[in-house]
Write a protein that binds this ligand. Structure first.
Ligand SMILES: Nc1nc2c(ncn2[C@@H]2O[C@H](COP(=O)(O)OP(=O)(O)OP(=O)(O)O)[C@@H](O)[C@H]2O)c(=O)[nH]1
Ligand SMILES: [Mg+2]
Length: 285
């Protein structure tokens, strides 16, 4: 197992974190650095970790750089700001050999602000709804991956939405996946790279974008349902009014028909997506 740690100016946290990881029995540590201007790189090297300078942008670029370099069968990603507890790594170990992807879910998240908790919950619930999963914490920065499976990851949407992208691609194209419960601590010094509102909004939009790319059947079926149910209700009501002598209401019929057309379009796209998925599966066999 290689422990992959993305870092950008984490000189306050990295030393203690590497010590903790080692004291848990893991010596293969790969730091993927984003050209830190503080002492992160020197400290990490001094502690015996391998350090790579990332190619590409953001945390996504750092992780892709690390994924290409890992030579063990599995790898575990954890943030370099000290917010994840290395003693939780052992919870992932029994799943090695059984899963391609194991997401750490922050159960005790008292160290998160109320706003972050709320945003995180909305983003996670939307993701789970769009992918038909029950991850519960898609943005968590601690997860186990099978190296062979991550070699084909694209991570092309946005450098700052990498956690959702990895989850989406692993769920759709990887093998079995599951979750384990982990803790969450306060970051140790340094500066958070997350801008709450813009990141929250970006995460939410990315969920839909990822669903469109990796799970269009579910997304467009939901769109179709959202239009077809009100369409049928409005048309039934308009017909009922007409037959019961309540008069002919042009507005009801027209809006019902518009909703019907939109719903039918959603259904068509969902059907085409389902057919394409079947072809894709047969070609992959
Ligand atoms: N290599 C690299 N690492 C990055 C980059 N951006 C963030 N990181 C690291 O990714 C991890 C997560 O970033 P954080 O700033 O802690 O983001 P966060 O965990 O969403 O925010 P907080 O909750 O405030 O800690 C940290 O270890 C960062 O140092 C980047 O562009 N390149
Ligand atoms: Mg953090």
């Amino acid at each position: 197992l290689t422990i992959v740690i993305p870092t950008l100016n984490e000189e306050k946290a990295i030393s203690g974190l590497i010590d903790e990881v080692k004291s848990c029995g893991f010596d293969k540590i790969l730091v993927a650095d984003g050209y830190s201007v503080d002492k992160t790189v020197e400290i990490a090297k001094g502690k015996g970790a391998s350090v790579l300078l990332q190619q590409g942008k953001g945390k996504a670029g750092a992780l892709l750089t690390a994924f290409r370099a890992v030579d063990t069968e599995y790898l575990l990603v954890m943030d370099g700001d000290g917010s994840y507890d290395p003693s939780d790594i052992e919870k992932f170990l029994p799943l090695i050999g059984h899963c391609d992807f194991v997401k750490g879910v922050r159960a005790r998240n008292e160290n998160m602000s109320r706003l972050h908790k709320l945003g995180n919950s909305i983003i996670s619930k939307t993701f789970d709804l769009l992918f038909g999963t029950a991850l519960g914490d898609v943005c968590s920065g601690m997860y186990l991956l099978k190296t062979e499976a991550v070699r084909s990851l694209h991570l092309e949407k946005h450098p700052l939405t990498v956690e959702q992208e990895i989850a989406a691609e692993m769920i759709q194209y990887g093998g079995p996946f599951t979750t384990v419960s982990i803790g969450y601590r306060k970051r140790i010094g340094g500066v958070s790279k997350t801008r709450t509102w813009s990141q929250g909004f970006r995460d939410l939009v990315t969920n839909f974008d990822l669903a469109r790319t990796y799970n269009p059947i579910m997304l467009f079926s939901a769109v179709a349902t959202a239009f077809l149910i009100p369409a049928l209700l409005v048309l039934f009501y308009a017909t009922f009014l007409y037959w019961s002598g309540g008069g002919y209401h042009n507005g009801y019929f027209i809006s019902g028909l518009i909703l019907l057309v939109l719903g039918a379009q959603g259904l068509t796209v969902a059907t085409i997506a389902a057919l394409l998925r079947r072809i894709e599966r047969r070609l992959a066999q």
